[in-house]
Design a protein around this ligand. Structure first.
Ligand SMILES: Nc1nc2c(ncn2[C@@H]2O[C@H](COP(=O)(O)OP(=O)(O)OP(=O)(O)O)[C@@H](O)[C@H]2O)c(=O)[nH]1
Ligand SMILES: [Mg+2]
Length: 312
């Protein structure tokens, strides 16, 4: 006690007092419901000041009136939460989080739909953080078919095996035998607990490790986007959704639809479903992006997207 070296360390320890932040990873294949969950966490953060690291601000339904500042890569909200863009990568987003660590309680990362959540969780080992679990969302309606897909099956299974908790989504569109079947099937692939989404927020945090980190062969997805040069008719959108090339896995965008009241509609195409919803943000993107599995002809993908820009 009163040792000289101890005194020398004292100021340094003051500087480093900030305790590490728990880091939760949310993964799952394209369209599984990751952003939906992130939106739910934002709306009901239960007093926790979250840093949400997300791929695309356009996806997140933030009410403009809740935004206290927006400085390009970071949006701060009235409830103390912040959203950071992953556009410049994890290292950069986590640097931003570190600068704000004194006023944050937790980090939640949305992994890209084609990314590996267990790999992303390794960022939880960097100084200032600790890994608090990997939640992998699984679309119960499509998972068994996706897992058998020769192109993407390996990616999907590796994501599942990386989970500490599996959350079955889209179960509201399934009957109970189908939910049971998907749950049983998941149990044969990985030992982590399986819950039906939505669940209480507290269940997502503090997960005991169950997942394993694997390296599936990379998949050369095809992506393309279209900027709409004017308002699009609902009938054109419906036709577009029905005529998609078989390789298309996912499309989404923010557009202005002529027969709808809102300025911007959030357009979501996943599996057989086209879902349209008002989007609260006042930015006008007028863009639709699509992703298709390898082997889909690029020309077909672009021609399809261009249906949204009829020449008339
Ligand atoms: N019926 C139903 N729809 C859901 C559920 N979860 C998500 N969705 C819808 O599915 C679509 C895709 O959901 P997102 O939350 O954007 O999925 P994501 O995993 O973030 O998608 P990517 O970021 O493109 O990989 C949206 O239209 C959601 O509203 C669910 O449990 N039930
Ligand atoms: Mg998303």
């Amino acid at each position: 006690m009163g040792h000289h070296a101890g005194w020398k360390n004292f100021p340094l320890r003051l500087v480093m007092k900030q305790s590490p932040l728990p880091l939760t990873v949310i993964g799952g294949y394209l369209g599984a419901g990751k952003t939906t969950l992130i939106n739910r966490l934002l709306a009901d953060s239960q007093g926790e000041r979250l840093a949400l690291l997300i791929n695309d601000f356009g996806d997140v339904n933030i009410d403009q009136s809740l935004i206290t500042s927006h400085d390009g890569d970071t949006i701060s909200l009235t409830n103390g939460c912040i959203c950071c863009s992953l556009a410049d990568g994890f290292a950069s987003a986590l640097d931003t989080v570190k600068e704000n660590a004194h006023r944050l309680d937790r980090v939640v990362i949305e992994v890209s739909g084609v990314g590996q959540p267990a790999k992303v969780a390794l960022w939880g080992q960097s100084p200032g953080f600790y890994s608090d679990g990997v939640v992998v969302l699984v679309n119960g309606q499509s998972i068994m078919q996706r897992a058998e897909d020769p192109y993407v099956g390996e990616t999907v299974l590796a994501q599942i095996k990386g989970a500490d908790l599996l959350l079955l989504t889209h179960t509201d569109l399934m009957d109970s035998p189908q939910v049971e079947e998907a749950t049983q099937w998941l149990a044969t692939k990985h030992q982590a607990p399986v819950l039906e989404s939505p669940v209480a927020t507290a269940l997502l945090y503090g997960l005991p490790p169950q997942g394993t980190d694997s390296d599936p062969a990379p998949v050369d997805y095809l992506t393309a986007s279209v900027v709409l040069n004017k308002t699009v008719d609902k009938s054109i959108l419906d036709l577009w959704a029905k005529t998609r090339p078989t390789g298309v896995i996912r499309a989404k965008g923010l557009v202005k639809i002529s027969d709808r009241a809102e300025n911007q509609t959030d357009v979501q195409l996943f599996g057989p479903n086209l879902v349209l919803r008002p989007h609260p943000s006042d930015q006008t993107l007028n863009t639709v992006v699509a992703i298709a599995r390898p082997g889909t002809p690029r020309a077909a993908l672009i021609k399809w997207l261009n249906q949204l820009n009829p020449a008339n």
